[in-house]
Design a protein around this ligand. Structure first.
Ligand SMILES: C[S@@+](CC[C@H](N)C(=O)[O-])C[C@H]1O[C@@H](n2cnc3c(N)ncnc32)[C@H](O)[C@@H]1O
Length: 372
């Protein structure tokens, strides 16, 4: 028998849950307002303008040459979600909050690059073409904005390109410990990192005890990336304990190849290939083309390590929500579940040796492959 008071308590709980659910749905619906407001504050470099001391909106609008009242409304809105703080006594005067202070750091090894990347207008705009993409079954995120691909957009917007590669470099430096915990690269002579971006993965392996016996490390990426590496990132180095001033020495085992996965030339011959967050940018056909090319250049008993997301069992939060949609809209790629990965590899010359779902990396798993 349910008593009256039990019944009332149950009803109150249900009502509270419903209010929470409604607020949650509203929060989802207005998500775009926050990212667009943030992207404008970043574009105007407001966190940097407030670095030294607080400023009034009048001062900020004079510096930026924009409308003072509208800027005030932007700042006031952002301060309600913790980005910036409006002075408690003086209206319209703002200082940095804990959050906006973080945004002043745009070093190459800072994850803040990812905030710039995710809130970039072209990235946000690609989502406007999600419906059109679903209707026609062809990715429209970039083409509808007049770009053949995200890579072309990066070529036109160098700042965005830098944020993209800095984000990837930052992810790699966070993930490298986990990678080195599971894989001893010393069993290989030559490691080729296909799509190695700034070379962070190979440089870190080279510097660690898990890579000290490897003879050569080759970072293979597009010419536009390799050319930028020369000016944006330091060379590969090894710790030189003999050096009196303790300075690191250049590691001559590291080199770079500027080429295209889908070009005519073969990949460098190696007994180990790594592909970190590469296959999720491509559809199954392109993944199979890359695997076919690796199968022609891999040495006998060689291995391929695929570091990528594995979408977890249904209905569970796994790779961040937006990734799969972003991959399809911006790159015509896909995030894959275990079954989806299996089905691609089954069609290739490779078999899966191991799948490691890394508990200490929220983003990444490792799939080890060898020739069938
Ligand atoms: C998502 S990023 C991953 C970078 C790096 N592996 C990491 O995990 O930090 C993809 C990389 O693949 C490279 N890439 C994309 N298309 C390529 C192609 N057709 N040929 C060679 N490299 C390509 C990009 O320049 C970029 O550096």
């Amino acid at each position: 028998m349910i008593s009256n008071s039990d019944y009332e308590e149950k009803l109150i709980k249900q009502q509270q849950q419903e209010i929470q659910d409604k607020n949650f749905l509203i929060d989802i619906a207005i998500g775009y307002t926050k990212s667009i407001a943030l992207s404008i504050a970043l574009k105007y470099k407001i966190p940097q303008l407030l670095e030294e001391k607080s400023k009034s909106c009048k001062e900020l609008s004079n510096i930026l040459n924009v409308n003072c009242d509208y800027l005030y409304r932007l700042m006031r809105s952002l301060s309600t979600i913790g980005v910036f703080i409006e002075d408690e006594l003086e209206d319209g005067v703002f200082r940095n909050s804990r959050l906006s202070k973080l945004l002043t750091n745009s070093n190459s090894d800072s994850w803040v690059n990812n905030v710039y990347l995710q809130s970039h207008p072209n990235v946000i705009q690609s989502f406007m073409y999600l419906e059109k993409s679903i209707e026609c079954g062809i990715s429209q995120g970039m083409t509808s904005q007049g770009f053949t691909s995200a890579w072309e957009l990066f070529e036109k917007d160098k700042q965005l390109k830098t944020h993209f590669h800095n984000t990837m470099t930052c992810f790699t430096s966070e993930e490298i410990k986990t990678i080195l915990k599971y894989i001893d690269f010393n069993q290989y002579k030559t490691i080729v990192d296909l799509g190695g971006s700034s070379g962070e993965l190979l440089k870190s392996i080279a510097k660690s005890s898990r890579g000290e016996l490897v003879e050569s490390f080759i970072n293979f990426d597009l010419p536009l990336v390799i050319n930028q590496n020369k000016t944006s990132y330091g060379p590969a180095t090894i710790n030189n304990n003999n050096n009196k001033d303790g300075a690191d020495e250049i590691d001559s085992r590291y080199s770079e190849v500027a080429s295209d996965f889908f070009g005519d030339s073969e990949y460098p011959r190696a007994d180990c290939y790594t592909l970190k967050f590469i296959f999720h940018m491509f559809n199954d056909d392109k993944v199979l083309t890359i695997l076919e090319k690796i199968s022609k250049s891999i040495k006998p008993n060689g291995k391929v390590y695929v570091f990528d997301h594995i979408v977890q069992p249904k209905n569970e939060p796994s790779a961040p929500f937006y990734f799969d949609l972003q991959m399809v809209l911006n790159f015509n790629g896909r995030e894959r579940s275990k079954n989806e990965w299996r089905s691609v590899f089954e069609k290739s010359s490779f078999k899966i040796d191991t799948i490691l779902i890394l508990s200490d990396s929220k983003r990444m798993s490792v799939i080890e492959l060898s020739l069938k």
